[in-house]
Ligand binder design. Sequence first.
Ligand SMILES: [Zn+2]
Length: 263
Amino acid sequence: MLKHKRLIIVVILLGVLTLWLVNLARTKYVIPILMYHSVDPAADNDNLLSVTLDSFQRQMRFLKEHRYNVISLKEVADIIKNKKKVSANTIAITFDDGCRDVYIYAFPVLKKYNFPAEVFIVVNEVGLVQENRMSWDEVNAMQASGLIHFGSHTINHPNLAELTSEETIKNEIQGSKKILEEKLGRRVDSFCYPSGRFNAKSRKAVIDAGYELAVATNPGKGSPNDDIFALKRLRISSNADNLFIFWVESSGYYNLIREGKRK
Ligand SMILES: [Zn+2]
């Protein structure tokens, strides 16, 4: 009889523990938003802003083979805003700066797997071929595919957290939106803070300009995971060449691991 009672208590405790873990996992899960810059076949290992084409191909194949649900940033914002349930293999892909090699090398890979992605362009840098920036024709070709969605990365790529002039802030945020809308022939609703730097003032300017979401890099532990005007992202650089590291980073719990480490 006593043995029975003990067994029942153990089973109940295990049940409670499992429920607690499942709940913890659910509340700590954050849709990973991958942040790439350049996809360069000749990228070297310590370049934080580049991955090699080979590495990018393997990462995208990994997502395909493991049946990740690759969604657009707009869908990410919609899920967060409406507190929708999401499967734990959901992920989004972004590229900053509008690098020309993204058009040349990454775009064909994304098309092959039918993965949507968001590209953030700096208005005054478009067409600077010597700076490895895509042209308006290339931007339009990517947009026409229906897979690639473009957002604003300001006009001049300033550090918005350091700008003091209201007018300059407004121009970089609202002005870039207007120019891009004319160039792309559609509404521009996503924004990316240059180098992930922002403050309350620039965040508010993004909302006031009519954007529906904004991405940062990783504002840190103090910042919420559900702020659609400062979405956290994971920088994928050459050190994610190892697919195990990529797998950990794209798991949805990486923020938790990293922020835990920082304590
Ligand atoms: Zn940038």
